[in-house]
Design a protein around this ligand. Structure first.
Ligand SMILES: Nc1ncnc2c1ncn2[C@@H]1O[C@H](COP(=O)(O)OP(=O)(O)OP(=O)(O)O)[C@@H](O)[C@H]1O
Ligand SMILES: [Mg+2]
Length: 250
């Protein structure tokens, strides 16, 4: 069976895309799914978050048609492979905008890939060519939103882009869910933001809300998903629940 491909996208920076991609990848892998995480952000946070770094090759090489299986590296975590990123990927935006296949290179690279149950694509904070490619290649998109006063800002633009890509590039694309992250639970603001997001997106919103947690923030500096760094923390428990919801929804 072909892998299910999920993109983690929101053009807003720092909303929890990478944290969610890394931790869901870890949960799914620990549950026995074969997972490939593709780091599509020149910041390479997903790469360093797993304690990895790009060597000779990186996701940049996908642009030149290097086969995915040559770029995927094993990680210290069983069942979890990574196509790392490096800062040079920043040059991809310009290169892609000049190419005829500039919106489809990733969909081509991921076509007929075997050996994975899930492929997760961590996008940069923009609606530029790398995100467009990810949305063009994905079956589903997960939209993390930070539980703050401006949570909904920019989401209509994102939904517009998703619909455009659906009609022009990838008719099968669907939204897997909107995930509320970094919630200061028990505050009134958090409750208000959650209510507003749920009013707007209804059943698209994951039941689970990821709390703001120091353990989640610390884990990447140890090169670990929070589920490995502190498996009994509230953050780890939340990401386990999100992973279960994801599997139920898929
Ligand atoms: N639940 C959480 N609790 C505490 N800190 C968190 C949580 N989720 C994410 N963070 C921290 O918030 C910051 C932003 O998160 P993250 O890097 O996942 O966002 P992003 O959307 O991928 O950012 P970018 O747009 O720059 O790629 C990071 O420092 C991360 O460690
Ligand atoms: Mg990120």
């Amino acid at each position: 069976m072909a892998a299910r491909i999920y993109a983690f996208a929101n053009q807003k920076g720092g909303v929890g895309k990478t944290t969610t991609a890394v931790n869901l990848a870890a949960c799914l892998a620990e549950a026995g799914e074969r997972v490939l995480l593709v780091d599509l952000d020149p910041q390479a946070n997903a790469t360093s978050g797993l304690g990895m770094r790009a060597g000779e090759t990186s996701s940049y090489d996908l642009l030149d048609g290097a086969p995915l299986h040559e770029l995927a590296q094993p990680t210290p975590f069983p069942n979890l492979s990574l196509v790392p990123s490096k800062p040079e990927l920043a040059g991809a935006a310009v290169e892609l905008s000049r190419r005829a296949d500039g919106e489809r290179f990733l969909a081509e690279s991921l076509k007929n890939v075997e050996g994975y149950d899930f492929i997760l694509l961590d996008c940069p904070p923009s609606l530029g060519p790398l995100t467009v490619n990810a949305l063009g290649a994905a079956d589903r998109v997960i939209v993390p939103v930070q539980a703050e006063y401006y949570a909904l800002e920019g989401l209509s633009q994102l939904m517009g882009s998703i619909n455009l890509i659906k009609s022009r590039l990838n008719p099968a694309l669907a939204i897997a869910g909107v995930l509320i992250t970094m919630s200061d639970t028990r505050t009134r603001l958090a409750a208000e933001v959650e209510e507003e997001v749920r009013k707007h997106f209804g059943t698209l919103v994951f039941d689970t809300v990821v709390p703001r947690s120091v353990r989640v923030a610390e884990a990447p500096s140890h090169g670990l998903p929070v589920t490995h760094y502190d498996r009994h923390s509230r953050g780890a428990e939340a990401y386990w629940k999100v992973a279960m919801e994801l599997v139920e929804r898929s």
